[in-house]
Write a protein that binds this ligand. Structure first.
Ligand code: HAM
Length: 419
């Protein structure tokens, strides 16, 4: 029986790894520009962390977690998202006592047992930010601006930002109540999932993707008209800041997000080219989580984006993504003696910082030249027996096939490269 990879996971082969690395470089540069510092937390945590943080009634916690009991009888889960881990680590390491306002980011693998499809994996890579300690609408706007800048810098051209406010613990109960009153008489028109959500998490009915449910919701009361004055004021300030910063966005009154912790602003970055799984990122404010985890009352906001989904969208947009790894030279050898000399030269050139390679399969001159071409080597160093007799090498520029003899000395060769 052939052992194969687990459904919903992905082997990232070297060509694709280069694309990931280029995106990760852009990610780290842009994070630094906005003052975000990287934090790394464990891939598995106590299951309780996500039950409490992400929310018991969410699909993620109720259906999609990879949970197991370890030999010590502890109930653990592979992290399905980063936010609860960051807040746990923030409190456990007393970061709130060190600085009132912290800008943190993370990048790593997340695990959700969803049904795999294009852009939806069971193991995927997410980067995310958490800005902890400020309730200013400026931070809401800045996280959106940062998210869009990262997506653009990675190479995504067409991104739509959808935004909504989901209120706070003061105005949400009355909104839930009016939604409940509206839906009560229409329950039989909703899908089975939404019938269940009506009891467990009524707000999630708002973003059901089924056409029949969307029809029912057409005249449903929206958050916008049910926000308390504080939430209304906060939301209008965020929208105003975005407008004044020339960020285009779409108000989506049905956007509630699939996680329980949000308060006030929520948003998603959509790539229209992706089809069903079109959210390349999403986030929002979650002003109650620090307190929920036993800390002081500290507001927070953040977002996360799926790297595989972004790169899929970039590819679909048809943009050449990254330049291949630069290669300085390839050393071509002719026989056993020149081959050993070539190996020693290779090591010396690498010590001088050149990116170079040689053949390890005793291949013909033609095959070695082909390999040099495949790697995109700028130069080829030919070490033939005639060159060796004269203590020289032939340096050939691949772009125009021009060549010259150079003394067989590492310093001379490096000097030629610099020239
Ligand atoms: P989320 O919307 O669950 O939010 O995930 C964020 C992004 O991760 C999605 O927009 C998508 O691009 C990617 N993603 C999610 N699930 C999958 C999957 N199965 N396969 C591939 N990509 C996926 C969060 O995770 C929140 N922690 C965001 C946040 C941070 N909110 C506040 N702070």
């Amino acid at each position: 029986m052939k052992i194969q990879k687990i459904k919903g996971t992905k082997d990232i082969l070297p060509d694709e790894t280069e694309i990931f690395l280029a995106a990760e470089k852009v990610l780290r540069e842009t994070m630094a520009k906005y003052g975000y510092r990287e934090m790394r937390t464990p891939i598995f945590e106590q299951t309780e962390l996500f039950r409490k943080g992400t929310g018991e009634t969410t699909e993620i916690v109720s259906k999609q977690m990879y949970s197991f009991t370890d030999k010590g009888g502890r109930n653990l889960s592979l992290r399905p998202e980063g936010t609860p881990s960051i807040i746990r680590a923030y409190l456990e390491n007393n970061l709130h006592k060190k600085r009132t306002f912290q800008k943190l980011f993370y990048y790593g693998k997340m695990y959700r047992q969803e049904s795999p499809q294009s852009g939806r994996l069971r193991e995927f890579q997410q980067f995310g930010i958490e800005a902890i300690g400020s309730s200013s609408p400026q931070i809401d706007a800045e996280t959106i601006i940062l998210g869009l800048e990262i997506l653009n810098n990675i190479g995504l051209r067409k991104v739509e930002t959808q935004i909504n406010s989901v209120g706070c613990e003061k105005c949400r109960p009355s909104y839930k109540e009016s939604l409940k009153n509206f839906l009560e008489s229409k329950l039989n028109l909703l899908c089975n999932d939404c019938k269940r959500r009506f009891k467990t998490n009524i707000l999630r009915i708002l973003d059901c993707k089924r056409e029949t449910c969307k029809q029912v919701l057409k005249n449903a009361p929206t958050y916008e008209n049910n926000l308390c004055n504080e939430c209304k004021d906060h939301f209008s300030k965020v929208l105003d800041l975005l407008k004044k910063s020339n960020v285009s966005f779409t108000l989506n009154p049905y956007l509630v997000r699939g996680l329980d912790y949000y308060t006030k602003t929520v948003y998603e970055f959509i790539s229209p080219i992706l089809g069903a799984q079109d959210a390349v990122g999403g986030g929002g404010r979650y002003d109650k989580m620090v307190e929920l985890f036993g800390g002081p009352s500290i507001p927070a906001i953040g977002f996360a984006c799926g790297m595989e989904r972004i790169l899929l969208a970039v590819e679909k947009e048809g943009k050449a993504r990254v330049q291949k790894q630069h290669f300085d030279c390839y050393i071509v050898t002719m026989d056993e003696t020149t081959d050993v000399k070539g190996f020693l030269l290779l090591n010396e050139l690498r010590k001088k910082g050149l990116i170079c390679e040689k053949d390890y399969l005793n291949r013909s001159l033609k095959a070695q030249m082909k390999d040099a071409n495949r790697l995109g080597a700028e130069f080829v160093i030919i070490l033939g027996s005639e060159e060796l007799r004269k203590n020289e090498v032939t340096l050939r520029r691949m772009s125009d096939s021009s060549q010259k003899r150079v003394n067989f000395s590492v310093d001379e060769i490096v000097k030629e490269f610099k020239a």
